[in-house]
Design a binder for this molecule. Sequence first.
Ligand SMILES: [Zn+2]
Length: 289
Amino acid sequence: MIQIVKNLNNIVNEETTLIKENKGVPYITFNKLNDIEWLTNAFSTRIGGVSEGIYSSMNLSFTLNDDSEKVLDNFKIFANAIGVDVKDMVYSQQTHTINVKKITKDNKGMGIIRERDYKDIDGIITNEPGICLVTSYADCVPLYFVDIKNKAIGLSHSGWRGTVGNIAANTLQLMKKEYGTKEEDVIAIIGPSICKDCYEVSKDLYDEFEKKYSQDELRDIFEKKNDEKYQLDLWKANYYNFVNLGIKKENISVTDICTCCNKEIMFSHRGSHGKRGTLCAFLMIKENK
Ligand SMILES: [Zn+2]
């Protein structure tokens, strides 16, 4: 396991990212969030779970064809590794929308150990200690938000639809409304997801982004291959979403971990042609004990 953690640390930028390991489970953390002592932050890998085959081994999706008992075991194993209880987790219900929901203690356990009472939710926020927000990924971009002044947090799922629809803006807007969050107090993380080189898209996607981004930004976000094909940089696109919202550049951290380039240790939808499990992002305000 120490070797696996060393190998993982070799693929990450140590200025932004730190691989931790506990009880045989490696996980990814972000230095800008590790500096905040009242916060728990993590992103899962494929390693350390009990699922088999294409789901091997830390699959965290109940909606693929994996055995639900194994998925729940995986959640328990991962929760234990990061010092959280599964009954305190709240799972988004992602359908590539830009909908964001405020989460309270009434939602605890939803999507993990009991039924949700919400659907079509791709972003979740809370300011209550002891609630672990959970969102899921396999190439799409995880966005982490932390208001360090008001102690409020958010997680959003930003695939190309969430990016061009700007779920980052919706997440920050709801944090402003509910918690009085100000842009200048937000730390924002772009987590492990597909890189530009692995993400070829067709011109109709370019046309969608052209409606929302400046020509300078588009030149940075897209690399044109030919009249029909482009390479799309979702990390840059979400970075511009953050900057254009007024989040300070020095408060933004961009990953360099591509799920597709590293498909042996991360789940990638593109890299596996859809035969894959799911990774999750975790974010929690610790309880005062
Ligand atoms: Zn890649």
